[in-house]
Design a binder for this molecule. Sequence first.
Ligand code: NOJ
Length: 553
Amino acid sequence: MQPCCGNSVCHVLMLVLCLSAAEDFDWTKNNHGSFYYGTFPTGFSWGAGGSAYQTEGAWDKDGKGLSIWDVFSHKKGKIQLNDTGDSSCESYYKIKDDISLMKEIRLNHYRFSISWPRIIPTGVKSDHVNGKGIQFYDELIDHLLENHITPIVTLYHWDLPQVLQEKYGGWQNISMVNHFNDFANLCFEKFGDRVKHWITFNNPWSMAVEGYETGEHAPGLKLRGTGAYRAAHHIIKAHAKVWHTYDTQWRAKQKGLVGISLSGDWGEPVDISNQKDIEAAERYVQFYLGWFATPIFHGDYPQVMKDFVGRKSVQQGLGTSRLPVFSSQEKSYIKGTCDFLGIGHFTTRYITQRNDPTGRSSNSYFTDRDLAELVDPRWPDPGSEWLYSVPWGFRRLLNFVKTQYGNPMIYVTENGVSEKMMCTELCDEWRIQYYKDYINEMLKAIRDGVNVKGYTAWSLLDKFEWDEGYSERFGLYYVDFRNKNKPRYPKASVQFYKRIISSNGFPNQREVENWRRKAVEMCSSSNQLLAAARRKSKEHAEMPKVWPVHDEV
Ligand code: NOJ
């Protein structure tokens, strides 16, 4: 709650002022403040996550159908080192092992996704439901619950059944809405007695932009200027339909929640005293998070998207906007279809106004925004090229969500940092620093009044990182992909995260510093274990010559 609203003697006028002020995000103040020692609200849920294609492996086992990622990753030149998720962490065979890791750090929840083609091989429910796929998720859910770990389940983390891509063009086609709804309905029917937190889509921004605009992700289409908008339009409709299905058919009985997980980098104006920069930064965020959140919370696309894409479409001589339009029935059907908002957040950019230099002929999501993205060279960037550590951006984003969408219930569904594959060092001090600072900014945001209920470290394990293959490791646990048993080793950061969980926050400077020191001390023995295992496998088996190939030993 806003501090001024908490005062019971608030005059009515004051209250009105107070409420309207709460709707405006203040772009002009960015006080970073110092580290805050304190704890999270009681019942705050601590978790870690992963997704089906990134971790399960068993890509062609037990009746599973092909997904667009199976097909895409098998094409030469699409993935770093031509790697695939064929076996990845083999999590399909390691439910119990992985749950022991979660227990070890006392996770409250685990976020995973269901592979649609594992339970409906062609994507079309009336064709065939794969009992073995259902059985796998049944067991996973049961084991989690037996160990008092709440499952948070994503229905779609990018692995569309290939048949739906081939037959209909995937998310370019409106028919996905009904097929996805049938799949979701089946999941509610089979698992909804035990699963109470459902996420319809993970990061639809990536699905739309990287899948249908840049083609870096499956299905690899480059439909510039239109493909992403069309895919997003259908995804939003599919999300709304599934929410309504749950609401009308299952909610009364199962009493769960249905949300969506949106990703959003934060966009900070280069110069907070320059109105043009502020507008550009706001555009950046609206074209990113707002693209999906605004229809879901308010019924329609952000006005700025409608204006910019509409104007450019006219300039390009098109009769209608490249941004599709919702009918008024659709708007009211979509509005309010969110019981909680999942936020996936990793990084921040500085933003400044820049008119598209290519002018009228240019036609793309990126140029539609008329802005330039910048980074501060002093920001740490330990892993992925795009991932700079800017903790204060997280607090800004969370506050933005609060002001724009009526302070919804939030679960942070992804936050974390990678390291380069070449780094076999388990003493990941930079990841400790990242988690420490980002989690602290989330705590500050909660103190600002943002309604965050849980946090999901991304990710539990090193795993297949999409087009980057295995070259970027996000895990709290290191996975030795060269060993066919895919053993897991704790990194220092997992010890540190465990302490945050057990203290439900940051008690005081001395203790937090102690955690860091102990975590780093402990990891040197894990380092030795890993090195010894490597030596042993070198002695006993033929090793691939070039690290990092993850072929079986
Ligand atoms: C967001 C995606 O949802 C997730 O699958 C991926 O691992 C992270 N970004 C890091 O790139």
